[in-house]
Ligand binder design. Structure first.
Ligand code: SF4
Ligand code: SF4
Length: 258
C-alpha cells in the first residue's frame, strides 16, 4: 500500500499523528484490580492496540511508516483505560513539536495554518476544480465502431458492396435512451442493424449499459464504382431521439481495388 509513504512525505513536526505517550505509559506491565498505580505506567501491556491494528504494528514502538493513521488503536486503548479506571488518550493524536516541548516541561501550540497546510489546501482546491470541470464535461454517450476484418467486404450479386461493423453504444445516463443510427460521407449507402427488421428502427439502450449491434453498410453498384482506391472514410452518426444530440465515429468502408 503506497499510502503510508505518501503520508510520510506530507508530514512535518506540526502534523497531528497517532502517538503513544510513553512518558505516561511506561514502565508498562500487567495490572491487577486493586493494585496501586504509583511507580508504574498506565500501559497494562494488554496488546489490544496491536490486536486491532490493520498494519500489524505496535504503536508503542514509536511512529512508524506503515501506520495509516486509522486510529483504531486509540479506541481500543481508550476502552482499556476506561475499564482500569485511568484517564483516556494514552494513545492519541499529537505532534512531534509538542512531544519535544513536553520533554522540556513546556507545551507547544497547535499550528494548523502553516505554509504546508496552505499549499496542500490550494493543491486540493485546484484538483477539486479540475475534477468538477471534468465531471461537468463528461460525455454521457460513448460510441465505438469496430470494422469486420474477415471478410473486409462482400460484393453482392447485384454489384453492391457490403461491409460489416460492430457498433457499441454506451449510455451513461440514468434513464433509457432511444437512438437512431445513420452514416455520413458515403453517398447512397444504406444501413441495416441485424437485429431489427425495419431500417431506421429505434435503438433502445437501458441506463448505464452498453449495447453492441451488428451493422451492415451497403453501397449500391453505381456509387460503389465511384469509391476510391479500396478504402473510403465515412462516419457513423448516433442521434439521441429525445435530446437531438449527435455523436459521430469515423471509420472506413472497404471496397474492391479498381
Ligand atoms: S493508527 Fe491504525 S495503523 Fe496506526 S498504529 Fe494505530 S491501529 Fe495501527
Ligand atoms: S491498548 Fe493501551 S494499555 Fe493495552 S497495550 Fe496498548 S497502549 Fe498498553
Amino acid at each position: 500500500c503506497p499510502w503510508p509513504r505518501i503520508q510520510g512525505a506530507m508530514f512535518d513536526r506540526d502534523s497531528l499523528l497517532i502517538t503513544y505517550h510513553d512518558r505516561r505509559g511506561e514502565p508498562r506491565g500487567p495490572h491487577k484490580k486493586g493494585q496501586p498505580w504509583e511507580g508504574r505506567g498506565d500501559c497494562i501491556d494488554c496488546k489490544a492496540c496491536v490486536a486491532v491494528c490493520p498494519m500489524g504494528i505496535d504503536i508503542r514502538d514509536g511512529s512508524q511508516l506503515e501506520c495509516i493513521q486509522c486510529a483504531l488503536c486509540i479506541d481500543a486503548c481508550n476502552d482499556i483505560m476506561k475499564k482500569v479506571g485511568r484517564p483516556k488518550n494514552l494513545i492519541t493524536y499529537d505532534t512531534f513539536r509538542n512531544l519535544d516541548a513536553v520533554e522540556h516541561g513546556q507545551r507547544a501550540r497547535l499550528q494548523l495554518i502553516r505554509p504546508r497546510t496552505i499549499l496542500y489546501t490550494a493543491l486540493m482546491a485546484v484538483v477539486g476544480v479540475i475534477m468538477l470541470a471534468a465531471l461537468s464535461q463528461r460525455a454521457l454517450l460513448e460510441v465505438n465502431v469496430l470494422a469486420d476484418r474477415n471478410p473486409l467486404f462482400v460484393t453482392l450479386s447485384d454489384g453492391s458492396v457490403r461491409n460489416g461493423y460492430t457498433v457499441k453504444i454506451l449510455n451513461k445516463r440514468y434513464e433509457t435512451r432511444h437512438f437512431l443510427l445513420r452514416v455520413e460521407g458515403l453517398p447512397g449507402a444504406s444501413v441495416r442493424v441485424l437485429e431489427f427488421e425495419a431500417a431506421n428502427a429505434s435503438i433502445d439502450v437501458v441506463p448505464d449499459d452498453l449495447r453492441a449491434l451488428k451493422v451492415y453498410v451497403t453501397v449500391p453498384p453505381v456509387e460503389a464504382a465511384k469509391l476510391k482506391r479500396g478504402s473510403t472514410s465515412f462516419s457513423f452518426v448516433v442521434r439521441d431521439k429525445d435530446l437531438g444530440a449527435e455523436t459521430r465515429r469515423a471509420t472506413t468502408f472497404r471496397s474492391p481495388e479498381r
